[in-house]
Structure formats: structure tokens, C-alpha cells
Design a protein around this ligand. Structure first.
Ligand SMILES: Nc1ncnc2c1ncn2[C@@H]1O[C@H](COP(=O)(O)OP(=O)(O)O)[C@@H](O)[C@H]1O
Ligand SMILES: [Mg+2]
Length: 357
């Protein structure tokens, strides 16, 4: 199981938006067994996912995972059948008034215990889930410490504003403090860096974004895309273009959160979703969620046909189809619509790494 900690000491930077929408994307479009663990007692992720029953609730709250009760709670969860249609589990924030732990004033010994309970709980959830996404509260207290100490991957949504960018060092100091030597953290690939969020096309933000891309590209997630062109003699050529993952500020994103819908199901979300899914796909690739490939015979056949048609480029083309949902990205195969669909639906049965074989 991969565990993504979404943290930033600032509020209102898009942590909850990323946690909930990325989880919906993974569960609904890729059938990845995903959980959102809402460690923020404001419960914004919980409220969003409750609106239209987008996830099914664990029979306990997130803070129970930081207490000795975690064992009873997780075994209760394991005794219930897992939802398969949209495999999205919500471990909700405590209800108002039930958040009785004083998170900031915990002593060292209690903090060590909380981290250890949470860690054991993650071990127990390992065979139930492929991916756990932890949404955290803004204050750097023991809840985000538990998340950072126990994650495999970490990401910081950040606004391209002067006061945020000058705080990057302190985000990294905290990350390094808790993840260096942490047992689960993927030391080589676990740092997903900064995710510019709520990006606006103001002169300052454009300049800040360009500077970041130029001087600190290693802190950003690259998005690779295949560009397919068909020549006059029907030959196709595939080139690659690269940009960086970021999320623009868009009214439709705030509306999706407010109304409790995946972005792609909102009316007028085409343009926004077109951009957002590229960022989500790139993050998903970097998370490298592992599960067994189970392609159906039709999917295997469609894949083989694509291999035959495009011996050189079939991986890039299937990857591009998974990224874009656009049948035009698979020239020649589009005639047989069913085959194209089989390749698209393959996302539900095989991990992205299948395309690297
Ligand atoms: N990219 C975006 N464009 C527009 N509104 C956004 C975007 N990301 C988040 N929001 C909205 O901004 C507010 C704060 O975002 P949120 O994800 O809750 O931040 P955080 O969890 O970091 O406090 C919410 O109302 C949310 O719906
Ligand atoms: Mg939040």
C-alpha cells in the first residue's frame, strides 16, 4: 500500500481539494482500492465525500487510529465486505466535540505512542488497500507528524505567493526531520515535492512559476505527454512534450468541492478537467501504486492489436489514451471502437507499470 501525506502548515492552499479529488480519480477511474484518512478535525474532506455518498465510511474515526483502539477498529473494518464498484473508503474526521486529544500539547512519550499506533494501523490496512491519502490540518502538530512519519510519499500543495515560497525551507525541514530513517518512506522517489495550487495568471505568479521551473525543477512533478501526428501517407509519428504538474484556480473546482462531485462530473468542467487529469495522472505514475495485473482476454487482444499496429509506439500511445481518454490518441485503432474501449477499461485491471514492460 502506498501512503500519500498531503501537508502544508498553511490553510486554504488546496490540500483537501487534492486529497478528495485525487482519491476519486484513483478509485473511480482506475479502480484502485483507495482510502482518504481525514486527520483534520475541521472535517472538510469528510463533509465533501459525505455530500453524495462518494465514499463508504469506516465504522470509526481517524483519531481512533492514533489510540490503542486502532486494533479493534481495523478488525471491525476487515470483517465487512469491501465495496468494489467504487472502492473508496473514508476514515472520517471525528464528529464535532469528539476531538478530545489536545494535539499540540502532547508530551513526547504520547506522541511516540500515537505514531506507533498509527503505524501499526497502516500495517493492518495494507492488505485491504492499494493507496491511502492522508489529508491533514494546517498546524504542524502531532497529526501531521504521524502522517509524515508513516507515509511512503509526501506532497506539499503550495500557492505561488511570496510568503508561501519563502516558507519552502521550513516545509522541507519538517519533512526531512520525520522521513529520514522513517521505515516506510520511499527515500528515492517518495518526495513528490511542491504542487503549485490555486495558480492564477497574474504577472507575479507567472514569474514565480517560471522561476521555480527553471531553478528548482527537481521540486516539481513533470508531466510527460505523447503528441501524435498523422502524416499524409498515414504514417504516424509520436513526439513527447513535457510540462509541470500544477492546479489552476478555477470556479468549477470550488463548486465541485462545495457540491460534492468529482470535477469531471460537473457541467462546464471540460477545460478544467482536461488540465487537472494530467496532473493527477502524473502523480499517480509517481506513486507507482502496485497491484496484480488482471487484464481480460478482450483487453489482452486489444493491447496485442495496438502492439501490431504501432510496434514502436504502442506503450506511449496506450499511456496517452489512459491519460487523455481521447480516442484520437490511438490512430488506426479507433475504427474498432470496442477495442479502444477495451484498452481504456484496462486501467481498471492493470497498473500503469504494465506499460513499462
Ligand atoms: N484549484 C482551486 N480552484 C478554486 N478553488 C479551489 C481550488 N482548490 C481548492 N479550492 C477551494 O478553496 C478553498 C480551500 O481549499 P482547501 O482544499 O479546503 O484547502 P486546505 O485543505 O489546504 O485548507 C475550498 O473552498 C476549496 O473548494
Ligand atoms: Mg483542508
Amino acid at each position: 500500500m502506498k501512503i500519500l501525506a498531503i501537508t502544508n502548515e498553511k490553510g486554504g492552499v488546496g490540500k483537501t481539494f487534492l486529497a478528495t479529488q485525487l482519491a476519486l480519480y484513483c478509485a473511480k477511474q482506475f479502480s484502485i482500492k483507495t482510502a482518504v484518512i481525514d486527520l483534520d478535525s475541521q472535517g472538510n474532506a469528510t463533509h465533501m465525500l459525505h455530500k453524495n455518498k462518494l465514499a463508504y465510511d469506516a465504522p470509526f474515526c481517524s483519531l481512533d487510529l492514533l489510540k490503542p483502539e486502532f486494533e479493534r477498529c481495523v478488525s471491525l473494518l476487515k470483517s465487512q465486505p469491501m465495496e468494489t464498484e467504487c472502492p473508496l473508503l473514508l476514515i472520517p474526521a471525528p464528529e464535532q466535540g469528539q476531538d478530545l486529544i489536545n494535539h499540540t500539547e502532547q508530551n513526547e512519550a504520547d506522541l511516540v505512542k500515537s505514531i506507533s499506533y498509527f503505524s501499526q494501523a497502516m500495517d493492518e490496512l495494507d492488505d485491504l488497500l492499494d493507496l491511502a491519502i492522508i489529508d491533514t490540518n494546517p498546524n504542524p502538530d502531532m497529526r501531521s507528524t504521524c502522517a509524515l512519519f508513516n507515509c511512503t510519499h509526501s506532497i506539499f500543495p503550495i500557492q505561488l505567493l511570496y510568503e508561501s515560497l519563502t516558507g519552502v525551507q521550513s516545509l522541507y525541514d519538517r519533512l526531512n526531520k520525520f522521513t529520514s530513517g522513517a521505515p516506510r518512506f520511499d527515500q528515492e522517489h517518495g518526495d513528490l515535492g511542491l504542487l503549485p495550487s490555486m495558480v492564477e495568471s497574474t504577472p507575479y505568479q507567472i514569474k514565480a512559476g517560471l522561476e521555480l521551473a527553471e531553478k528548482q525543477a527537481d521540486l516539481l512533478t513533470p508531466i510527460r505527454e505523447a503528441v501524435v501526428t498523422t502524416g499524409p501517407d498515414n504514417t504516424i509519428s509520436v513526439t513527447e512534450k513535457e510540462c509541470f504538474a500544477a492546479i489552476k484556480r478555477r470556479t468549477v473546482f470550488a463548486e465541485a468541492q462545495g457540491e460534492g462531485h468529482p470535477v469531471w462530473e460537473m457541467p462546464n468542467s471540460d477545460r478544467g478537467w482536461y488540465e487537472l487529469k494530467r496532473t493527477f495522472f502524473a502523480l499517480l505514475e509517481r506513486l507507482d501504486v502496485t497491484f496484480e495485473p488482471h487484464p481480460t482476454p478482450e483487453q489482452e487482444q486489444a493491447f496485442a492489436e495496438c502492439k501490431e499496429l504501432h510496434p514502436e509506439h504502442y506503450r506511449a500511445l496506450v499511456r496517452q489514451l489512459w491519460l487523455s481518454n481521447n480516442f484520437k490518441d490511438l490512430p488506426k485503432l479507433t475504427k474498432s471502437h470496442e477495442h479502444t474501449l477495451a484498452l481504456l477499461n484496462m486501467r481498471h485491471n492493470v497498473p500503469l507499470s504494465y506499460l513499462n514492460d
